[in-house]
Design a protein around this ligand. Structure first.
Ligand code: ADP
Ligand code: MG
Length: 230
């Protein structure tokens, strides 16, 4: 199984405001392994460190201590430029509040990450529309975020995360801002992605999500307190 390991955290700590009176130990000595092509869930109460951990794995934050390995390579010492390259090429992040750009249409939001690449607007639009179509949003392609429902906004955020065809997709609380029907749709999308070999990480408390996961990591106050299967 080890050769199929994609992500490894070894003794990861994250201390916000280190050395100051309002110091927060968001993660303490977290070690874990994630297999390529698996669906991993992080569960635990609010404030337990789920977002922090996923941001560290997603190269958005750096650990205060410890190693984060991608494909066996410790990325914690990488330069900012190298980390943003990994983020751009290999990771798709779906934020809890979706973080869509209000002034842009669904397809423009979807295509935003590939603007820095040298592709024509026509190609960007084509790639975005293809993804939106796959996510059942073809008729919403020219709508702005405020004209979309929560579930639709989330699917635009998923489309944007997928535009670079990343190997890792990270979703922070994807079930918290959508209704039951959209949760079923979301699960279908995630299973489809897993079938395509993607590695999926998410935080969620939703039972139907928990049932679909390959592995569930439980966090409490910054500690990894349990690992279980559904
Ligand atoms: P969860 O996603 O499980 O709710 P978080 O990772 O968001 O947990 O937060 C873990 C702890 O770190 C919390 O106590 C939170 O208040 C704190 N925290 C998160 N982000 C910051 C930050 N940028 N600065 C200071 N403290 C933070
Ligand atoms: Mg969180």
């Amino acid at each position: 199984m080890r050769d199929n390991e994609l992500i490894r955290c070894e003794g990861v700590w994250k201390v916000y405001n280190e050395g100051r009176p309002y110091e927060v130990r968001a993660l303490e000595d977290v070690s874990l392994r994630i297999q390529r092509g698996s669906f991993t869930l992080f569960s635990g109460p609010s404030g337990s460190g789920k977002t922090t951990l996923m941001c560290i794995i997603g190269t958005i934050h750096r650990p205060s201590r410890g190693g984060v390995y991608l494909n066996g390579k410790d990325i914690s010492g990488f330069s900012d430029a190298a980390l943003s390259r990994i983020r751009r090429e290999r990771i798709g992040f779906v934020f809890q509040n979706f973080n869509l750009i209000p002034k842009l249409s669904a397809w423009e939001n979807t295509a935003a990450p590939i603007i820095p690449l040298c592709v024509t607007e026509r190609e960007r639009r084509q790639r975005a529309l293809q993804l939106l179509n796959r996510l059942g949003l073809m008729e919403r392609a020219h709508h702005r975020p405020e004209e979309l429902s929560g579930g639709e906004q989330q699917r635009v955020a998923i489309a944007r995360a997928l535009i670079n065809d990343p190997e890792i997709i990270i979703l922070d609380e994807p079930t918290s801002n959508i209704d039951v029907e959209n949760i079923s749709l979301l699960i279908g999308i995630l299973e489809d992605l897993r079938a395509k070999g993607k590695t999926i990480l998410a935080s969620s408390h939703d039972e139907s999500m928990l049932k679909r996961a390959d592995l569930i990591f439980e966090l409490r106050r910054g500690h990894l307190t349990g690992i279980r299967t559904p």
